[in-house]
Write a protein that binds this ligand. Structure first.
Ligand code: NAG
Ligand code: NAG
Ligand code: NAG
Ligand code: NAG
Ligand code: NAG
Ligand code: NAG
Ligand code: NAG
Length: 913
């Protein structure tokens, strides 16, 4: 037996360790650091603009210390770059396709910069990258996932858990190869220009938690394979909250949401408003439901409201509005526990049962990413509540909307589970409730800080006395019911009351003077009742009053002159009563229509009071303005004694007024503008007419075979182009509707966007987005005098070619343009080209009374075989495009004749040129 060797002294051990370390580190260092440095410098080289100097310390001179560069993080044990974080750094430049990545990079965040070009190949080919965020740049082209290498054990993209590409300009389909990114947990492709279907392969992403594909141009069915993503917690198919100027939602799917997808066990947030979904919702489901927020509003879903929603303990947001749902609201549903319930605009019926006195389960907090989506999506809806930002906000408002259904019976008594300081909105309007107001109905007033209730257009009766008990009421609308008796004097205690609408009931007695105590009151509408007595003097104590409607009652006496003290009062309508005396001097110009029908009232001066009240609003204002302008003009003109010009002006004025009148009369019946996208509220028929100055020549920006186009600024910065179709009556209105709706769905970045249309008795127009750069015809014309670079010309040509290729081969239905010419190609400020007038030839053809067999198109651009045979083919478009190319390259025009049907010049002449 020998003794064991003595243990090495600790100093020696330490030395050995140090040596080992020194030996170990430099080995990976040497090879990887060069690649890291090269990759970082390549990224820097791609940046052409760095106004904030974010990359100022990124330089070859300090290359040994790149781990200290701004935004760069290295692996702790080596000099390999682990992360690059440069979000919101104002960087711009084009990322080259072959941009390399540091070999061991795990995280790359370049969000909210201004990078363009395609997503570089190496980004999605990386086998180490886990987190990639390129959202809100200007990346373009299709998304390409590189194929797996035969000899490699880990396929490209396999490590990626987060892929965020929202807010770019990515086109084409979502690649099926996305299935290779098998670790993906978060996939955000929203706000791009992606088309086609959500690929089947997505179902192979077993770890996926979040999928956001909203605000693209996706179509097709939602495939059942998606349900294989068993971990899916957030599914966002559409998103309607776009701020002005943002691209709206164009996703329009086909068919229904598969049951399997709706019942994914992990699903917590399902967001698909106005997604063109139909079908029915499953009536049963197995397993625990974890849904928190479901938005399927504004679809075409039929059938009944699934009772199993009642079993979703965490459900706080449910929007099924504007669908085709029938039946009753499931009795088990704990309505009081829902922060937001909207079933308005369906065909639901039956009594609305008082919700069970249920204990709302304490709402469990989900994981961060789910709650982030929940808060953002739900928050955006609640911001639009009637309480505004004042009392709104996600934490403290509850809204229940049952309006426009067929609910009947007694008003429900909903026990709302509200936090202490919370506002509550309840919409029951447009139903058939037929009870009276009860204390139980107003139960929520005791809990809520602010209350808005809409009961209008029901069959409610009895007295309004209970209203005075709801101290916290802000808005109350009980118009168009059968309420009777007098208005309770107790309303004087409702100090928060801002809007009270009781029009169209059977109220009698006097108007309580106590309204004058209400400092918050802005709108008071008591019209169309049987109120008697005089207008109380004290009413003018309500100093914020903006709208006061007392018309169509039996009021007598005089109008208090103190109305002249109300600074905000813009509408005072007392027409059709028995008032007498003088009309007070109001702060805002009064309309004589508001005083009509009071035989003993002194005459309303200065305006024409023979028109019915509503008509009078616009026209009397108009004549007044014109009159004043006319007078002052006369003075100036007479002084200048240019009688000839004066005479001409009179004629002009006459014409303008005449035309105005004519348009007004002819369009009284159908003044609807149908829109395909989310549009600002300013887009109405009247505003369009106003903004184009009634299609005045000053607003004319182009004429073409199909009609003239006018520019209209509907609100500051919101411009549209209005194309007035120069056609006779349309015969097949339904056909027109169908055709135009198809056109409305077609989106491509080189096509003008059809925003909406108006189909009237005498007037039909299409509304497009307005492009400020004029048309290509002008551009070609001015090419000689301005410096146009070859790149610009090339880009325009490519843009047009892409639009044409899309119309011919990618869009459904395929479209042959038939009138490609420079004046149909529009430009924006950045010289992006957009093709317009697509699909109009067909639209006109299928809907005109006498279908023209004429060749649509323009001399000089029409392919010879098309002109002679009238047979339409995509080749004819290509021929026309060739002519446009020739013009674009030579800067010379082909033929100055206009559309073939109007053209006076003969064929020989055109060819001669
Ligand atoms: C983004 O880059 C383009 C050029 O690539 C430039 O015209 C544009 O102004 C930049 N936008 C911002 C917000 O920096
Ligand atoms: C895999 O094959 C590619 C070419 O097919 C080659 O460039 C690469 O070096 C190979 N990789 C390995 C780990 O063999
Ligand atoms: C929906 O759109 C709004 C407005 O653009 C945006 O702020 C929000 O992040 C979007 N939400 C999702 C989940 O895409
Ligand atoms: C629920 O489970 C039962 C029994 O396992 C099955 O028969 C039924 O089809 C399931 N229902 C749904 C909606 O999945
Ligand atoms: C309910 O949905 C409809 C449209 O679907 C919408 O107009 C209405 O404002 C919604 N109600 C509330 C309270 O948000
Ligand atoms: C209720 O909340 C609002 C704003 O959230 C706050 O200003 C107000 O003081 C609160 N009132 C009470 C009684 O807590
Ligand atoms: C209004 O009430 C009176 C009785 O007060 C009744 O005779 C009358 O029919 C009611 N009118 C309507 C339209 O309900």
């Amino acid at each position: 037996m020998s003794a064991p060797p003595p243990p090495p002294p600790p100093l020696l051990l330490l030395l050995l360790l140090l040596l080992l370390l020194l030996l170990l580190i430099p080995i990976p260092l040497a090879s990887s650091s060069a690649a890291d440095l090269a990759a970082l410098l390549a990224l820097k080289a791609a940046v052409t603009h760095d106004p904030d100097g974010a990359l100022s310390d990124w330089s070859a001179a300090s290359s040994t210390s790149y781990c200290l560069w701004r935004g760069v993080t290295c692996h702790p044990s080596s000099l390999a770059v682990a992360a690059i974080d440069l979000p919101t750094a104002s960087l711009s430049g084009t990322l080259p396709t072959a941009l390399p990545l540091p070999p061991r990079l795990r995280r790359l965040d370049l969000a909210a910069n201004n990078f363009s070009g395609p997503v570089p190949d190496a980004f999605l080919a990386s086998t180490t990258l886990r987190y990639l965020d390129l959202s809100f740049n200007s990346l373009s082209g299709p998304l390409k996932i590189p194929p797996p290498l035969a000899n490699s054990s880990s396929p490209p993209c396999a490590a990626l858990t987060h892929l965020r590409l929202a807010g770019n300009l990515l086109v084409d389909q979502i690649p099926a190869e996305i299935a290779q990114c098998r670790s993906l947990r978060v996939l955000d492709l929203s706000r791009n220009v992606l088309e086609g279907a959500i690929p089947r392969g997505l179902g192979r992403l077993a770890a996926l938690r979040v999928l956001d594909v909203s605000r693209n141009s996706l179509t097709d069915r939602i495939l059942v394979e998606l349900a294989n993503c068993r971990e899916l917690a957030v599914l966002v198919l559409t998103n309607l909250t776009a701020s002005p100027g943002e691209q709206p939602e164009f996703n329009a799917f086909v068919g229904g949401l598969p049951t399997e997808v709706l019942t994914i066990l992990a699903l917590e947030v399902l967001w698909a408003p106005r997604a063109n979904l139909d079908g029915r919702l499953p009536l049963s489901r197995n397993g625990t439901c974890r849904l928190r927020a479901v938005n399927l509003g504004q679809n075409y879903i039929a059938g009944s409201v699934p009772p199993w929603f009642a079993g979703c303990q965490g459900l706080t947001f449910l929007d099924l509005s504007s669908n085709n749902l029938e039946g009753s609201v499931p009795a088990e549903l704990a309505i009081g526990c829902l922060t937001y319930l909207n079933v308005s605009g369906n065909s639901l019926w039956g009594p609305l049962l008082s919700s069970p006195e249920s204990q709302c389960s304490s709402r469990l907090i989900g994981d961060d990413i789910v709650m982030q989506y929940y808060n953002e999506l739900v928050g955006n809806v609640l911001i639009g509540s009637p309480f505004g930002s004042e009392l709104g906000g996600i934490a403290n408002v509850a809204l229940h909307d049952f309006s426009n259904n067929g609910f009947s019976g007694a008003l429900p008594s909903l026990t709302v589970s509200l936090d202490r300081n919370c506002s509550y909105g309840l919409w029951l309007n447009g139903n058939m409730f037929n009870s009276s107001l009860s204390a139980r109905f107003f139960g929520f007033c005791k809990v809520a800080t602010g209350v808005a209730v809409n009961l209008s257009s029901n069959q409610l009766s009895g007295s309004l006395d209970m209203l005075s008990s709801c101290i916290s009421v802000y808005n109350f609308d009980a118009g168009y019911n059968n309420f009777s008796g007098s208005i309770p004097a107790g309303v004087g205690g409702l100090h928060f009351l801002r809007s009270l609408v009781l029009r169209g009931n059977n109220l009698t007695g006097q108007i309580p003077g106590q309204f004058g105590d209400l400092a918050a009151l802005e709108i008071l509408d008591l019209s169309r009742n049987s109120l008697t007595g005089s207008i109380p003097l004290h009413l003018t104590g309500a100093s914020r009053l903006e709208v006061l409607r007392l018309d169509h009652n039996n009021l007598s006496g005089s109008i208090p002159s103190s109305f002249s003290e109300l600074a905000q009062l813009t509408v005072l309508d007392v027409s059709f009563n028995n008032l007498s005396g003088d009309i007070p001097n109001l702060r805002h110009p009064a309309d004589c229509g508001f005083f009509l029908g009071n035989s003993r009232l002194h005459q309303c001066l200065g305006t024409n009071s023979s028109l019915p009240p509503t008509e009078a609003i616009s026209s009397s204002k108009g004549t007044k303005k014109w009159g004043a302008r006319f007078k002052s003009l006369m003075v100036i003109l007479v002084a200048a004694s240019t009688a000839v010009i004066c005479f001409l002006l009179v004629i002009l004025l006459f014409f303008v007024c005449e035309r105005r009148k004519r348009v007004k009369i002819s369009n009284l019946r159908t003044k609807v503008v149908v829109t395909f996208t989310d549009t600002p509220p300013e887009l109405t028929y009247d505003n369009l007419i106003r903004a184009t100055n009634n299609f005045s020549i000053q607003n004319l920006i182009g004429t073409g075979g199909f009609g003239a186009t006018y520019k209209a600024e509907l609100a500051p910065g919101f411009l549209v182009a209005v194309k007035r179709l120069a056609m006779g009556r349309f015969q097949g209105l339904q056909q027109f509707d169908a055709e135009i709706r198809t056109l409305g769905k077609i989106r491509h970045r080189n096509l003008v966007t059809l925003i909406g249309y108006h189909l009237g008795e005498s007037d039909t127009f299409l509304i497009y987005n307005y492009l400020s750069g004029g048309n290509l015809e002008t551009f070609i014309h001015e090419m000689g005098s301005r410096n146009v670079s070859w790149t610009e010309v090339h880009k325009i040509a490519v843009d047009v070619a892409q639009a044409l290729a899309f119309l011919h081969s990618s869009c459904t239905p395929r479209i042959i343009h038939r009138d490609i010419k420079p004046s149909n190609i529009l430009l924006d400020e950045d010289l992006n080209a957009y093709l317009s007038d697509f699909g109009l030839a067909r639209l006109i053809e299928v809907t005109q009374t006498h279908a023209t067999t004429d060749v649509a198109g323009t001399f000089g651009y029409v392919a010879p075989e098309y002109a002679t045979t009238c047979r339409v083919s995509d080749k004819a478009d290509v021929y026309s495009f060739g002519v446009v190319l020739l013009e674009l390259m030579s800067g010379k025009r082909v033929c100055s004749c206009s559309a073939i049907n109007e053209a006076g010049c003969s064929k020989a002449e055109a060819i001669g040129k």
